[in-house]
Design a protein around this ligand. Sequence first.
Ligand code: CTP
Ligand code: MG
Length: 223
Amino acid sequence: GDVAVLVPAAGAGLRLGPGGPKALRLLAGEPLLVHAVRRVAASPSVRLIVIAAPATEVEAVRTLLTPVAPVTVVAGGAERQESVALALAAVPPEIGIVLVHDAARALTPPDVIESVAAAVREGSPAVIPVLPVVDTIKEVSADDTVLGTVDRSVLRSVQTPQGFRRDVLVAAHATAADSLTDDAGLVEKAGIPVTCVPGSDMAMKITRPLDLFLAEALLGSPQ
Ligand code: CTP
Ligand code: MG
């Protein structure tokens, strides 16, 4: 493999409700992070996996992942962007392709990881997996009056892993001022083209309690 995958996993999981850091919450009896790392490690492109763990759980995460795959574990930060930057600092300079993949997208298939890596390898400086938007989207005013209907055909929902040429991601993080919810946002602000590849329903983000039920059902369904 020629790719490093950074796995931000240091979030609290507040929207999931009480129960500890989200990456360590159980899905079908195993922590979300174990599901995620197992799929990352199954991707032939992957040479290095760096986890940004909750600061108090670094040793616990090392122990948890030892039987799953060889990984580097660092302490994450207060914001997702900081966790990504801390994990990025652990990537040796000879690795030229870096993917950033949320532990919360625990069921993302190795196929998606491979297609993102391949698109970067083929020359795209930044690559994101996307899906069409299924809902009708309205723009509304501050007092909840509809201003208009957005043309859904030009919109995409964005997943992870997001893939980058290493220098592009490093430069984006070096200049990042305000925090964004994804890494490609940092890159597109710098005027660098970001390419879309097809995402997957399996790459859904586990955010609210309902998502845990959906993920458990997806795990049991033929894939
Ligand atoms: N993340 C991180 N460091 C942070 C915040 C988030 O590494 N300081 C990671 C999360 O662990 C998750 C991913 O970024 O894998 C996406 O974040 P999100 O889904 O928002 O997870 P949480 O921040 O844990 O959830 P919440 O916002 O509900 O607290
Ligand atoms: Mg969050």
